[in-house]
Unconditional design. Structure first.
Length: 287
């Protein structure tokens, strides 16, 4: 089974966990730390001979164009994570379009690439914001990877969304984040905090369950999640736990994950998925 390795490329202060604690207008006043952990991830991917998809925040592309050029030069896919990390649930169609176009322009200016994939900040393509998918089609995107088919998280998720790769619109492919089906419940296991919180053997069992069901496993991580030295911001109890737990163990878990499973970029996952659809015929699609 071919699986997708993805990085949401943003700095430590961009996270939605810090909304209310750090203003977007103050980002330029804060010490940027995105380069060092991203370089560690690139080195890890190189050693594993793995190509990945980097969902690049346009704000980062504008300030670190050489980093984006380097990522692209190493053969990784460059996709869009929006520009300002505004949640789609906090935007309307017009503001989403403007943010999306700004991100595309920033990425193209940095590395000459027109991104074809998109991931919403904090996976906020939810039932109330499905209109965003129409805008992605209008802007020429081929796929989205924003829908998390789970109902356990307070900020995102579509609990009854398909677990497999699917077409929410005729012109757009959705690559949902991975959940393992356990006793009839969709348990999220795509990475991020779920990787940080769970002991690796437990996490691996969930990944095995996804793959054994015939689906590609889709992994994600943020560079700040391997940066144990990043500045601490005063947060509420739950957000503090979600944001700062087990940062020092994330990298070693990623190393194990890359040893245990085969990964590639989402564009390669889609290429493989398309060939399987053609091989198996209509009605026999596999994720």
């Amino acid at each position: 089974m071919i699986n997708g390795f993805t990085i949401d490329l943003e700095d430590w202060f961009c996270s939605h966990n810090l909304l209310g604690a750090i203003r977007y207008e103050d980002w330029d006043k804060l010490p940027g730390r995105v380069v060092e952990p991203t370089m560690r991830i690139l080195e890890l991917l190189s050693k594993a001979q793995c190509k990945a998809t980097f969902f690049v925040l346009g704000w980062i592309a504008d300030r670190y164009p050489e980093l984006i050029k380097m990522i692209a030069a190493e053969g990784h896919e460059i996709a869009s994570h929006g520009y300002s990390h505004r949640l789609v649930t906090n935007m309307n169609s017009a503001s989403f379009k403007a943010d999306l176009q700004k991100s595309v322009a920033a990425i193209h200016h940095a590395c000459g690439i027109q991104p074809k994939g998109f991931r919403a900040p904090a996976f906020t393509v939810v039932k109330s914001t499905l209109w965003a998918l129409d805008e992605l089609v209008e802007q020429g995107f081929l796929y989205d990877s924003s829908i998390y088919p789970t109902g356990v998280h307070p900020d995102y998720g579509i609990g009854d969304a398909p677990l497999n790769i699917f077409n929410p619109l005729k012109e757009l492919i959705e690559i949902p984040l991975s959940c393992a089906s356990v006793f009839g419940r969709n348990i999220p296991c795509s990475g991020g905090a779920y990787l940080r919180f769970l002991p690796y053997p437990v996490y691996k069992k969930l990944v095995d369950k996804v793959i054994s069901s015939g689906r590609s496993y889709i992994f994600y991580i943020h560079p700040w999640e391997i940066d144990a030295e990043m500045p601490r911001v005063k947060l509420s109890g739950l957000k503090h736990i979600r944001h700062y737990t087990n940062l020092s163990s994330t990298f070693s878990k990623m190393e194990r994950l890359l040893r245990d499973f085969e990964f590639t970029s989402l564009e390669n996952v889609l290429s493989k998925h398309h060939s399987m659809v053609l091989k198996n015929g209509p009605g026999k699609q596999h994720g």
